[in-house]
Design a protein around this ligand. Structure first.
Ligand code: SAH
Ligand code: SF4
Ligand code: F3S
Length: 437
């Protein structure tokens, strides 16, 4: 059997696209391998949200060239980066040996294009620039057997001034609620316990005829067998009361909400085109805490946005202190060609960006253990992922707050929801004991 490997860069939406690519590749008779040297097909699914994702890709393509020379491996590259004009030009000019180049809007044609490459030994460049459409019915080969991601909408209309995503993913478009619910129902039948609803802006989901994200949440919660529901990413500006109520009303919805802050400075937020102020963000979180007392938060933060002063950055630290986030995804601002912020004159020197990043990281790191203490002594419902890498009697899983929990167990627990009493805190994981043993 011919072997394939997919290398995915970027966000969970890309991971979900890669699962569809895997479905199409397996339709053509390929088998997955983790051994690159045995690959007859290598697919790169790329990301361009920050510069380092791009650098990593070019490093990897170089490695694969040798493989192509040795065994004729087919190389396919797709995803967000290919939607950038200057990158596509670079690939066309300097990487002529790549067999297939596809974009975010031509993912559905992957199987057909690949077939042509195999049968006709062609090189195909299949990237189009359109607002995008919703395509249903692609095959899918999922990475996990108990947790699954379900894309509910594609694209983004927000044009945050630093962000490339709206340019490479097109305009917002929502899947039909029937298609989403059908997909979740079949996942439940297959034994999936946890689903994550995905979109660049999930809470602007629009199912038509007034059917909103909150309606979808209620309907997904009704599906028997699914025990935990997460969603990413919501935009604070669209976090309406009906969504808060949906979380409050449905215990299946995870109590950890990802609420991307980006910056704590109202001035920077305005320049970022985020459409909320520091005060509005904090007031929203306060309202959520009042309605749902056990709610927890995670966030995304960018440091070193153009024009960010020491005072602006202090405001970010201030929000971090006030919010007490469970998890922070921190990013150093990265200039993206074609975005509004890239043209701003007051870019921050690398050294200052890095120093601020380290300060934010320290503030967060210093707080992790203290934050974890609230779990000690509590019985947490966890979905068991698998065996721990270091000890064969130990297993790992995640609780509602997405913390890694390690406990003594047995293989039959994998993929199940079980109760574990938390006994110890180890900063990046918690230790526990299975209840009722
Ligand atoms: N749609 C989601 C996620 C978008 S990308 C949202 O709005 O939350 C994930 C994160 O990458 C963003 O939240 C942001 O923090 C970060 N990011 C996006 N563009 C960036 C850039 N140019 N430089 C650094 N970080 C960036
Ligand atoms: Fe990018 Fe903003 Fe859209 Fe998120 S909401 S994808 S940060 S433009
Ligand atoms: Fe990257 Fe594209 Fe996701 S740019 S973050 S893979 S939408």
């Amino acid at each position: 059997m011919k072997k394939y490997m997919i290398m995915t860069f970027g966000c969970q939406l890309n991971e979900n696209d890669s699962e569809k690519i895997a479905g199409m590749v397996e339709n053509l008779g390929y088998e997955k391998t983790d051994d690159l040297s045995k690959c007859d097909l290598v697919v790169f699914n790329t990301c361009c949200v920050r510069e380092n994702a791009e650098e990593r890709l070019f490093g990897k393509i170089g490695e694969i060239k040798k493989l192509k020379e040795e065994r004729g491996t087919i190389i396919a590259i797709g995803g967000c980066m290919m939607q950038e004009e200057h990158i596509l030009e670079k690939i066309k000019k300097s990487y002529k040996y790549i067999d297939l180049v596809f974009g975010t809007h031509t993912l559905n044609k992957f199987e057909e294009d690949l077939k042509k490459i195999i049968e006709e030994k062609k090189k195909i460049r299949d990237v189009i620039d359109i607002d995008g459409e919703v395509i249903e019915g692609l095959p899918i080969k999922r990475n996990d057997k108990s947790k699954a991601s379900v894309s509910i909408m594609y694209g983004c209309n927000n044009f945050c001034s630093y962000c490339i995503v709206p340019y490479v993913r097109g305009r917002e478009r929502s899947r039909k609620k029937e298609d989403i619910l059908k997909e979740v129902e079949s996942l439940a039948k297959e034994g999936y316990k946890e689903i994550t609803l995905l979109g660049q802006n999930v809470n602007s989901y629009d199912g038509g005829d007034g059917y909103k994200f909150s309606n979808l949440l209620y309907d997904v919660c009704k599906i028997e067998g699914i025990e935990r529901i997460r969603f990413i990413s919501p935009h604070p500006k669209d976090f309406t009361d009906d969504v808060i109520k949906a979380i409050k009303d449905n215990k299946k919805i995870s109590r950890i909400v990802h609420l991307p802050l980006q910056s704590g400075s109202t001035k920077v937020l305005k320049e970022m085109n985020r459409k909320y102020t520091k005060e509005q963000y904090l007031a929203l979180a306060e309202k959520m805490r009042k309605e749902i007392p056990d709610i927890l938060f995670s966030t995304d933060i960018i440091v070193g946005f153009p024009g960010e002063t020491e005072e602006d950055f202090e405001n970010t630290l201030d929000v971090v202190r006030k919010m007490n986030y469970e998890q922070i995804f921190m990013f150093i601002y990265s200039r993206r060609v074609g975005t509004v912020a890239d043209k701003m004159e007051n870019q921050i020197p690398e050294e200052i960006k890095h120093k601020r990043f380290e300060r934010l990281k320290k503030l967060y790191d210093d707080n992790v253990s203290k934050n974890n203490e609230k779990f000690i002594g509590k019985v947490e419902k966890i979905l068991v992922d698998g065996e721990s890498k270091n000890n064969e009697n130990m297993f790992t899983g995640r609780n509602d707050a997405n913390k890694v929990i390690i406990f003594e167990g047995s293989k039959d627990l994998i993929g199940k929801m079980i109760n574990v009493k938390i006994t110890e805190e180890h900063k990046w994981y918690l230790k526990g004991e299975v209840e009722g043993k």
